[in-house]
Structures are given as structure tokens and as C-alpha cells.
Ligand binder design. Structure first.
Ligand code: ME8
Length: 651
């Protein structure tokens, strides 16, 4: 077989939050593609990674009270982080790039300089609209109702000295690329790009920022960092060794065969990316495929919408292969798909438990029962079995055509037509009746052999989708290494005539849908309950001296009443150890009935100047703990051990 190469990439993920099932979707698709290409004999480079710079990360890190690098390290390398998730999902990437990798950062600096030196990057003043969460610049005309067209959030006016990339210069070449070649798939995305971005006129792109520092510094102009998308897009080449010595596969794998990307980042990949490659004089990727989103009740999944589906939870409950299979079997890759737990469970039950699982377990069980596990070599005329044989032995071609077009759903549907046919073949041939007739043993062996052959071909072609389960299937049907390959997937009769099967546990246990949905609901409710939000740590520090000047004392609550005409205030009469009662008003009425607190020991700051509220002097403040659960504010008065005497100083 000729030694062809295949280079496939996923987008590199923002580690601003944990990944959800939507992110998993694209990576699983790319993994199935990479495994398929390896199966066909290609030498594959499958790249994934993380896109770690930018204002969003800098802000999030600040909120978490850590450095940006510590923040991304935790999400990328930490427990249940990005790398763990890909391991769990059995992703077979050959390389993982982090844009904070030193070799990448240095390469980005060189690339930026190259474009500056060739005149495609120039200095100007940026005036426009900026969406900080998306790190995207927009022109007025691109805004939707004055808001970011991607996420719908408000944008800010921004004006600052910045570098620009001459995107406008490449407008005609990019338009030709989109309209006259197969570069961008599916075809429907071409119209979106041309109508929304090219026809209104491509403006030069702002490619540096000075308002934050978490990025690749422009080495010839300190204070500027490279726009995160320039940094991110070049990952596809730096990971192979472009402008660096860390790797050396550029000649072998560039240009990429395909970039898989979500539809909202098609603009970056089909307009900005080719233009920058034209600028640096490098070949363009052969194809960009803009897949659809997994939506949940019609909305794109995201943490902020609160409808995230945790891939860890799903994989742990249903198995990694079932989840991988579901994602690619259920939704057409090019368009949006509505995710639901009902759909997931029914796909597992119908396709995997009933159709595939049953076919394998019935066939193996019959071979065990009627022949002790090893088929006799004698056969009977099988001219009546043409349909199944033809369907199975020509399946590879139909599957290949769909896989080459990234139509995973159709490829799987071709396989399941054959699986359905095989199940029908069992019903037509009723092996249990043949078994009763000693004179029909050769026919019985023929029927079972045909079923095993069909399973072998289907399992070979299912391997890219469910690698572990297919290994198990091969073991059950006694398929040796040599008959699991691509070159045998269209050859009928590859299993030994006297093949030996071995029984095992159910490959895909049936799920009780009602019970499972109730369990999932309980789980979601429990997760919601524990969705505690805490105030971010204070950004500013106070001096030790300033802290020591706060006089914190234990106080006994002698009396507590609601303040008349106030919905918020409780009036506390406190013993602070001085012998004179202290009055403090506190806005915690909605959390406590006054009598609940009488006799308890609390903590007060006693050296604040008195403050008049509702005509009453409040002399100090009681300390409380605050947090949010599911967006609802919760408060608890700080109560301490009653053994602490009134007036004890807290330090
Ligand atoms: O865009 N369904 O990173 P990202 C399907 N860093 N796909 C989804 C999805 C959903 N519900 N939610 C997200 C970035 N995605 C950049 C990429 S590449 C040089 C830089 C997909 O973590 C989304 O469409 O925000 C995108 O393709 C990918 O996850 C990464 O998103």
C-alpha cells in the first residue's frame, strides 16, 4: 500500500473552563477520522491542544487569585483537565500543543516579525468594538443589535495604538479560494463567509493589544502582545516545526489535509488564516470543515448558559465507546444537533444493545451451543445468502465514500443497514430449527459463519468509532490480527472456516430509560445544589497594620428585634464585655427570625464610627459569611463557640 500521509487538527481549546460535551464532539470526530485513516494505511498526524493566551484567561486567573500560567496548567494538566479528558475519551492524538510552549511562543514572534518586515503588518490606531469574552474585534456593521454577533454580550469601544494585518489586500484571493475551490466545507458555509464578511469589504485586522499582558510579546515593540488568534492559528504549523527546531515534520505533513472547526470560528480559519499564510508564503491547508454545534434546548452549550453536559459523568455512566458512538451516529457533522439524555439512552439501547450487541451475542452463543464454540469446516451451498454476503463485502466502499466526505453519520448508517440485514438473516434461517436436524449441520455452520463474517467486517469499520468495544468483538468472534485489517474488510471469507468463538459479558448492557432519566435528574439537582459561587479573592492587599487596627470582639446577643418599617434590618442588643450594651443594626432580616439568634455568640467590629439607620445609631458591624448557590445569595451570621467570653478580642 502506498505510504500516504494525513494531517488532521482540532481547534485548540481555551482552558478558561472545564470542557463540555460540545468540545468533546469535535475531538471525537477528529479521532474517528484519524483512526480511520490509520486503518486505511495512512501515516497520520493528529494534532490537538490548548490556546492559552488572552485577556479572558488573564481575567479568570486574577479572579482565582493565581497567575495565568498556574490557572491554565490546572485546567490543562490537572485532574479531570483537558489532557485527562482526552485520555478518558480514548483520543489518539499524536501531538498536543500548548500555546504557552516556549517553542511556539518564539515561533509566533518570528512569524509576526516576518509579516511586519514584508509590510503586511503595520502600526496604526485601533478604534472599534471589542468583545472581551470572545477576544474578537468587530466593526459596527458586524454587531447584532449592537452586541457581539457570536455570544450576544455587550461590546466595548476601544481605541489604542495597535498593529494591523493587511487583510484587505488578500480579499480577492480569499474570495476566489472560497468560491472557486473546495477549501471550505460544507458548501453552505461558503455563502455565510462571502455574504457576511467578504462582500461588505474586508477590513484590516487589529493584531496586537496593549491593554493586557498575557500573550506573546511583540519582541520589537514591548508593551504589545500578539492578538490571540494570530498566536492560536499558527499552532497548526509550529506544532510541526514551522519557525522552530522543536519539531521537524513540516515537510512531511504540511499542508494539513483538514482542520475541523466549530462553525463560529470558520471566519478565522477560512478568511484570516489563509490570508496570513499567503502573507508568509506558505501553502494553504487543503480543507477546513466547519461542523455544527451540539445544542441543548436550541441553545449552544456553554458554562454560562448553565446547560453543560459533563463528558466525565456521561462516559462513566454509559462507557466511553457508547458516548463516542452516540455523538457521531446521531448528529450530521455539518449541522447543529439537539443533544438530550433521552436520545443518548435510546441510541445506546436501539443501536448498540439491540442491534449490534444482540447480533454478536446471539451469534457467539449459538456457535457455543451448537458446536461447542468451534465451527466444523464443512459447508453447504449458500447461493441463497447472496444478499447478506454482497451487502457486507461491498460495505467498505460505501463507508469509505462517506468517511472521505466526513459524513460520519452516513458511514455508520451504512454499517447498521448491514447489521439489520444480519439480524433479519437470523430470523429467516432460524438456526435453532436447523440445530434440531442432524442432517442440516453443514447448513447451520454456514449460517453461523456468515454471521461471524458480517460481524467481522462491521467491527473492522466500526473500530475508528469504538476502538475498545471492537477489540472485544474481535476476541468474541475469534478474528485473528490478520483478518481485522482494512484490506480484509472487503474480502468475504477471511475468518478461518473452523473459527473458535468465545462468550463474554454483554457488550452494551440495556439501560432502563425511565430509571436512568430519573437518576440523571437527581444527579443534576444534586449538582445544582452544590453549585456554590464564592466571591473572588480581593485583588488588593491591605497592610498588616491596617488589619490590626480593626477591633474584632466576641459579643453575646442579649436581644434581637426586627426594625419597624424596615424589610432588611435586625436590631441587636449586645454584651461586648464593657458592661454597657452595644447596639448594632444588621441587614440580615431575610435570613433569620430574630428570636433564633438570642443567646448566641457572634463576632463584631467594634471600632467603626457609629452610623444612623432608620433613626437608630448602629455602633459597629456583625460579621457574616456570604456565598451564592445557583445564583441565589446565602448568608450565615458568624457564630462562634459560646465558651468564648463577651469582649474577647479576636486576632
Ligand atoms: O474557539 N458544540 O476555543 P474554544 C460543538 N481557542 N462544538 C462546540 C460546542 C458545542 N456546543 N461548544 C464549543 C476556540 N465547541 C479557540 C480555537 S483554533 C486555532 C482556536 C467547539 O475552546 C467550538 O466550536 O472556545 C470550537 O470549534 C471548539 O469547541 C473550541 O472552542
Amino acid at each position: 500500500m502506498e505510504n500516504k500521509t494525513f494531517y488532521i487538527t482540532t481547534p485548540i481549546y481555551y482552558p478558561s473552563d472545564k470542557l463540555h460535551i460540545g468540545h468533546t464532539y469535535c475531538t471525537v470526530a477528529a479521532d474517528a477520522m484519524a483512526r480511520y485513516k490509520r486503518l486505511t494505511g495512512c501515516e497520520v498526524m493528529f494534532l490537538t491542544g490548548t490556546d492559552e493566551h488572552g485577556q479572558k484567561i488573564e481575567t479568570k486567573a486574577k479572579e482565582a487569585g493565581v497567575t495565568p500560567k498556574q490557572f491554565v496548567d490546572q485546567i490543562v494538566e490537572g485532574p479531570r483537565g483537558v489532557k485527562d479528558l482526552w485520555k478518558l475519551m480514548n483520543i489518539s492524538h499524536d501531538r498536543f500543543i500548548r500555546t504557552t510552549d516556549g517553542y511556539h511562543e518564539r515561533a509566533v514572534q518570528r512569524i509576526f516579525k516576518k509579516m511586519y518586515e514584508n509590510g503586511d503588518i503595520y502600526k496604526g490606531t485601533y478604534r472599534g468594538k471589542y468583545c472581551a469574552p470572545c477576544e474578537s474585534f468587530w466593526t459596527e456593521s458586524q454587531l447584532v443589535d449592537g452586541k457581539c454577533p457570536d455570544c450576544g454580550r455587550p461590546v466595548q469601544d476601544a481605541e489604542e495604538e495597535a498593529y494591523f494585518f493587511r487583510l484587505s489586500k488578500y480579499a480577492d484571493r480569499v474570495r476566489h479560494l472560497l468560491e472557486d475551490t473546495d477549501f471550505l466545507q460544507p458548501r453552505s458555509r461558503v455563502n455565510e463567509m462571502v455574504n457576511n464578511f467578504i462582500k461588505p469589504g474586508l477590513e484590516d485586522l487589529c493584531v496586537s493589544r496593549t491593554s493586557f499582558t498575557w500573550g506573546v510579546p511583540v519582541d520589537f515593540d514591548p508593551g504589545h502582545v500578539v492578538y490571540v488568534w494570530v498566536d492560536a492559528l499558527f499552532n497548526y504549523m509550529t506544532a510541526l516545526g514551522y519557525e522552530n527546531d522543536a519539531h521537524d515534520e513540516l515537510r512531511k505533513f504540511w499542508p494539513a489535509d483538514v482542520h475541523f472547526v466549530g462553525k463560529e470560528i470558520v471566519r478565522f480559519h477560512s478568511i484570516i488564516w489563509p490570508a496570513m499564510l499567503m502573507s508568509v508564503g506558505e501553502p494553504l491547508p487543503k480543507q477546513v470543515y466547519g461542523h455544527g454545534w451540539l445544542v441543548f434546548d436550541g441553545k449552544k452549550m456553554s458554562k454560562s448558559l448553565g446547560n453543560v453536559v459533563d463528558p466525565y459523568v456521561l462516559a462513566e455512566r454509559y462507557g466511553v465507546d457508547a458516548l463516542r458512538f452516540f455523538l457521531l451516529r446521531t448528529f450530521p457533522f455539518g449541522t447543529d444537533g439537539n443533544f438530550s439524555n433521552e436520545l443518548l439512552i435510546s441510541t445506546i439501547n436501539v443501536d448498540l444493545a439491540n442491534d449490534l450487541g444482540n447480533l454478536v451475542s446471539r451469534t457467539v452463543a449459538m456457535a457455543e451451543k451448537y458446536f461447542g464454540g468451534t465451527l466444523p469446516a464443512e459447508r453447504e451451498d449458500a447461493s441463497g445468502d447472496c444478499e447478506l454476503k454482497t451487502m457486507a463485502s461491498t460495505l467498505r466502499d460505501r463507508y469509505e465514500a462517506e468517511m472521505e466526505a466526513f459524513q460520519f453519520q452516513n458511514a455508520l448508517s451504512e454499517i447498521f443497514k448491514v447489521i439489520d440485514r444480519a439480524n433479519k438473516y437470523i430470523d429467516e434461517n432460524t438456526p435453532w430449527s436447523l440445530a434440531k436436524d442432524e442432517g442440516r449441520r453443514a447448513r447451520l455452520a454456514t449460517v453461523l459463519y456468515h454471521l461471524l463474517e458480517t460481524v467481522r467486517i462491521c467491527a473492522t469499520l466500526l473500530t475508528p468509532f469504538m476502538p475498545e468495544s471492537c477489540e472485544k468483538i474481535f476476541a468474541r468472534i475469534g478474528a485473528c490480527e490478520a483478518c481485522r485489517g482494512w484490506d480484509k474488510a472487503n474480502v468475504w471469507g477471511s475468518l478461518r472456516a473452523d473459527v473458535t468463538v468465545s462468550k463474554g459479558e454483554a457488550l452494551f448492557p440495556r439501560i432502563d430509560a425511565a430509571e436512568e432519566l430519573a437518576a440523571l435528574e437527581a444527579l443534576t439537582a444534586a449538582q445544582k445544589k452544590s453549585a456554590v459561587e464564592l466571591e473572588p479573592p480581593a485583588a488588593e492587599s491591605v497592610s498588616f497594620d491596617a488589619f490590626c487596627r480593626c477591633d474584632l470582639r466576641a459579643v453575646k446577643i442579649k436581644d434581637c428585634v426586627a426594625v419597624k418599617k424596615s424589610e432588611k434590618l435586625l436590631q441587636f442588643t449586645l454584651d461586648d464585655g464593657t458592661g454597657v450594651d452595644r447596639t448594632i443594626l444588621s441587614g440580615i432580616r431575610k435570613y433569620y427570625a430574630p428570636e433564633q439568634l438570642i443567646g448566641k455568640t457572634a463576632v463584631a467590629i467594634v471600632n467603626l464610627p457609629p452610623r444612623k439607620m432608620m433613626g437608630i445609631d448602629s455602633c459597629g458591624m456583625l460579621l457574616s459569611a456570604v456565598h451564592k448557590v445557583n445564583g441565589e445569595e446565602k448568608l450565615q451570621l458568624m457564630l462562634v463557640d459560646d465558651a468564648i467570653p463577651a469582649g474577647a478580642k479576636l486576632c
